[in-house]
Ligand binder design. Structure first.
Ligand SMILES: [Zn+2]
Length: 139
């Protein structure tokens, strides 16, 4: 919405669809919004890693490099961060264009489901079980 406003395209309400406390910018939507911060906090707890955060989307997308993680877990966290951004964007669009209520539990569930699908599709073994994935065991 912020980018459209800068191009003099009026799309109505400029406020964030998640919190309504700030104009919607890329930085706000993905990193500084309280709702998105809560998503990242829950995802971080699930992954058993320090809280994913950043001042910008670039920081979020580079989190895996700065986190001290190594090997397979680093790759998985990189994928989960990207999937998290995509799911937040999807939820934003559903709210903005279809007036669908935003539910934190659904967003977390979608991140876990899409990330499992992605991880198994990329894995040679294709052996990550959903129950292990949901508790992030053996990653
Ligand atoms: Zn917000």
């Amino acid at each position: 919405m912020d980018a459209l406003k800068k191009r003099n395209i009026d799309r109505g309400d400029q406020s964030c669809v998640f919190c309504g406390d700030s104009d919607e910018s890329v930085e706000h939507l993905f990193s500084s919004c309280n709702f998105s911060s809560t998503v990242w906090s829950i995802v971080s707890s699930w992954c058993k890693i320090p809280c994913i955060w950043g001042f910008s989307v670039k920081d979020l997308l580079e989190y895996h490099d700065l986190s001290g993680l190594k090997g397979k877990k680093k790759d998985i966290v990189q994928g989960i961060t990207r999937i998290g951004c995509w799911i937040i964007w999807k939820a934003r669009n559903e709210r903005r264009f279809n007036n669908k209520p935003v539910k934190l539990e659904e967003i977390i569930s979608e991140i876990k489901s899409y990330a499992l699908f992605w991880c198994n599709a990329r894995s040679k073994d294709n052996d990550i079980m959903r129950k292990d994935w949901c508790s992030f065991v053996n990653m």
